[in-house]
Ligand binder design. Structure first.
Ligand SMILES: CSC[C@@H](O)[C@@H](O)C(=O)COP(=O)(O)O
Ligand SMILES: [Zn+2]
Length: 203
């Protein structure tokens, strides 16, 4: 499989593996291929050691896979984001300890980050004074049902950068692989800060 951004995505996946953010085959990654198709990781691969052969062409409208191979179990979340946001070209899904724990510690439907300079690692954020809201959706083994809830939410509140799935992990994206990777690194930094702040400030 060839795509101008695939080398950058493979490098990002290897870096993600080094960070320990995709343990035990967790996580999945994708690229927009053209107006009709995207490239999604094959299910069950070790995401830290992916090669170009581990990406499958998927029809973005129907989730159909012409090759007949088995794409990520969470393909429906990737294709939803590509359908909703034409500017998105790369999506990263990771299972870091911090995203997994923080999405459970925070009991509400969103994680609000405020007061951090690193909020400016996120597209359009200009100041630590602003609040960054990362929605948290309840985990679900029925990915079509989860995608339906994400789509319903996005009808009233456009998704930016990414969202958390409770006790599961982070989905984030960008207009290029480089932006998706910056969002992932920025959000993971913010998650770690927020977890430590909550621990240290706990009464
Ligand atoms: C290690 S089990 C995790 C999976 O259930 C899932 O959440 C995941 O992210 C990876 O699934 P995959 O089908 O390989 O894309
Ligand atoms: Zn997952």
């Amino acid at each position: 499989m060839e795509h101008p951004q695939l080398p950058a995505l493979l490098a990002a996946c290897h870096w993600i593996g080094e960070q320990g953010w995709c343990p035990a085959t967790g996580g999945n990654m994708s690229l927009r291929f053209n107006h009709e198709q995207c490239l999604v990781t094959e299910s069950g691969r070790d995401k830290g050691s992916l090669t170009a052969q581990d990406f499958l062409l998927v029809d973005t409208a129907s989730n159909h896979v012409p090759s007949g191979r088995i794409p990520s179990a969470e393909t429906g979340l990737h294709t939803l984001i590509y359908r909703l946001y034409p500017q998105v070209t790369a999506i990263l899904h990771t299972h870091s300890v911090n995203a997994t724990v923080l999405s459970r510690v925070e009991k509400s439907e969103a994680l609000v980050l405020q007061g951090y300079e690193m909020q400016k690692s996120l597209h359009g954020q200009r100041s630590h004074v602003s609040s960054v809201m990362i929605p948290i959706f309840e985990n679900d083994q029925d990915i079509a049902a989860l995608a339906g809830r994400v789509a319903a939410y996005a009808e009233t509140t456009p998704l930016q950068y990414g969202f958390l799935v409770r006790g599961h992990g982070l989905y984030c994206w960008g207009q290029q692989v480089a932006e998706a990777r910056r969002h992932l690194e920025g959000l993971e930094f913010l998650f770690q800060c927020e977890l430590q702040r909550r621990l240290l400030e706990a009464p």
